[in-house]
Write a protein that binds this ligand. Structure first.
Ligand code: FAD
Ligand code: NAG
Ligand code: NAG
Ligand code: NAG
Ligand code: NAG
Ligand code: NAG
Ligand code: NAG
Length: 517
């Protein structure tokens, strides 16, 4: 998606290589900071020369390529026999480097393919009515699922990036979609999964087994397949708006209008993506099963507040795929950059009772982000589910179900930045989001798009009740912690990144993770 789309060209000079690699290469990561382990022990091939000496960086020392469940069982048994820490990698999109791991035993799931539909699917052992459903292999990506869904005139709720995996970290983190207000999070659409646990057994999981429904990625075993609910295909109304003011004050008055409009848009079933810079805002919104008449209704207070020179366009798209192809799919997902983010879920109550206070908190956070306009982006994903989807069977922070905006502060840096410079930028977004943590102390953050230094991460990612339950499940299914990831359940709780394959060896700090330790 558009996470990095505003970065300057100089930051992303060697992009072309990475864009070609991200879909097909074992050891490519969306954000190269998670493969280079800072530049001291890295392998960054310069764009104009392939003659470079390569270090191992954060990349697993030993790696295997699985193409089936049987492969996964075999590799898990091998790893546990030799006491190796298992590092699961699918697409390499994780924002906390959870799919790389120096010294670990890497297991690549990208080759586990397959997509099929069953219009009368009944989850194993369940008595629910037959459902329209789509089953995918662990390595399938959203672009593939969306094409399949479109071909079948159905909707499968998925992520905003075509390249994120549809059955890996996305679903285990919770999985938000621009369609979530209308259809729920990914975890609300999960009918069944198969997973190979540390004892080498492939299990079938469905309703009420909440660990993989938001309990976090890379922690419970290796998912081999996922079955999602399929919804009937519907037309979608979408709208894009861009505006620019000459003063920050005026811009933030408009931001306040967008805040006041957010509950209306959500109640119409809409999701949206906003990019807030100090003097400009862009908005991209979509409402499924609606026409632009409905979209205009949702923006009744915004249109009159736009300054001269603004652009606004409404489109009646025949399908979700038509919307996706015209928007998220073409916004050039930036890969191969050094990147970090920090975030907060903002509950609806603030939108309804304190729009000025919320606008002011967002603005206050923005000033921490740096002096150049390009590094001050606030990205808002209004991808939250309507409260009716809360069935208490998922492990995500309950805040997802009463929030309207998932607010993200981002930063990026060139590969020659010093460790101190990197830490300063990361501290900038951490402090920026801290304004929102202080503002909404009872909310949480999304585990898959959170600050690497998320404070009280268990309460933040899961809530204390879910976290307690997850701890028990972890102790039962992976007592030796073969599957441990950064800020995962009983993973690297001491903020330590193991650099050794052997679980018993002394771990070593990742240089980027030392500044708050
Ligand atoms: C550009 C971009 C856009 C994004 N958009 C969205 C969005 O719209 N909605 C949203 O919810 N999130 C979004 N995310 C976050 C995304 O969901 C996470 O980065 C997610 O972890 C990616 O999962 P992956 O399997 O593709 O990536 P990887 O980095 O390969 O894996 C991520 C994590 O999942 C684990 N994992 C992967 N496969 C398996 C498996 N089969 N079994 C067990 N563990 C596994 C890995 O060990 C790692 O911990 C976005 C991220 C990026 C970079
Ligand atoms: C590659 O770089 C090394 C060290 O800088 C140099 O000695 C060597 O000649 C180079 N090889 C090529 C093919 O350019
Ligand atoms: C669809 O699911 C039903 C119930 O789970 C099962 O009996 C049937 O064999 C499946 N059909 C296909 C084509 O897999
Ligand atoms: C509106 O569109 C025009 C034409 O593409 C462009 O020049 C202008 O910058 C846009 N305005 C804003 C505020 O983005
Ligand atoms: C779409 O909306 C109509 C009413 O406008 C409703 O009858 C129909 O069930 C909706 N379809 C879906 C798939 O939500
Ligand atoms: C979920 O739990 C909350 C808090 O305990 C409760 O208020 C709500 O009714 C529950 N929802 C369902 C569907 O059980
Ligand atoms: C990084 O490279 C850029 C451009 O080549 C240069 O301007 C900058 O000073 C360098 N930064 C460091 C820390 O070396």
């Amino acid at each position: 998606m558009a996470r990095g789309r505003l970065w300057k060209a100089c930051v992303i000079a060697s992009l072309t290589i990475f864009q070609a690699l991200i879909k097909v290469t074992f050891h490519s990561y969306e954000q190269i900071n998670w493969e280079t382990c800072t530049s001291s022990d890295a392998c960054l091939v310069p764009a104009n020369s392939k003659n470079a000496t390569c270090g191992q960086g954060s990349i697993s020392t030993y790696s295997v390529h699985a193409t089936s469940s049987a492969d996964v069982v075999k590799y898990v048994n091998f790893a546990t026999k030799y006491n190796l820490r298992i590092v699961t990698k699918n697409t390499g999109h994780d924002y906390a480097g959870r799919s790389s791991g120096k010294g670990g035993f890497g297991l690549w799931t990208h080759g586990i393919k397959g997509i099929s539909r069953n219009t009368t699917f009944v989850p194993a052992g369940s008595s629910i009515a037959p459902q329209d459903a789509v089953t995918i292999g662990a390595g399938v990506q959203w672009s593939d699922v969306y094409q399949f869904a479109d071909d079948n005139n159905i909707i499968v709720v998925g992520g905003d990036s075509p390249n994120v995996g549809a059955a890996g970290g996305w679903i285990q983190g919770g999985g938000h979609s621009v369609l979530s207000q209308a259809y729920g999070l990914g975890v609300d659409n999960l009918l069944q999964a198969t997973i190979v646990t540390a004892n080498g057994v492939e299990r079938t999981i469905n309703e009420y087994q909440g660990a993989i429904r938001g309990g976090g990625p890379g922690t419970w075993g290796i998912i081999t397949s996922i079955t999602y609910k399929a919804h009937p295909g519907v037309p979608c109304a979408w709208v894009s708006i861009s505006s620019r003011f000459s003063t920050v004050d005026d811009n933030y008055k408009l931001v306040q209008k967008y805040i006041e409009q957010a509950p209306v848009w959500a109640d119409l079933g809409g999701g949206s993506f906003l990019n807030i810079l100090p003097q400009s805002v862009t908005f991209l919104g979509v409402i499924p099963n609606a026409t632009s008449v409905r979209a205009k209704q949702g923006l009744a207070t915004i249109e009159p507040a736009l300054p001269p020179g603004s652009n606004i366009s409404y489109v009646d798209a025949p399908s979700f795929q038509s919307f996706f192809k015209a928007t998220f799919d073409v916004s050039n997902e930036i890969v191969g950059i050094n990147f970090a983010l920090s975030s907060r879920l903002i509950p609806r109550t603030y939108f309804e009772t304190d729009s000025a206070g919320l606008a002011s908190a967002l603005r206050k956070g923005q000033v921490f982000l740096g002096s150049s306009a390009d590094v001050q982006t606030i990205q808002v994903l209004a991808d939250t589910p309507a409260p009716k989807f809360q069935r208490n069977v998922t492990s995500t922070t309950p805040s997802w179900y009463n929030s309207l905006w998932h607010v993200i502060y981002t930063t990026a840096w060139p590969s020659n930045a010093t460790v101190a410079q990197q830490q300063q930028l990361i501290k900038g977004i951490h402090d920026g989001a801290q304004v929102l943590r202080d503002y909404s102390p009872n909310s949480g953050a999304y585990i898959s798009e959170a600050d690497v230094y998320e404070p009280n991460h268990e309460a933040s990612f899961w809530g204390t009740a879910n976290a307690a339950r997850l701890k028990t499940i972890k102790a039962k299914y992976d007592p030796k912690n073969f599957f441990q990831v950064w800020q995962g359940m009983d993973g690297m709780a001491l903020r330590i990144r193991s650099t050794s394959a052997m679980l018993s060896s002394t771990p070593e700090m990742h240089p980027l993770l030392t500044s708050f330790a």
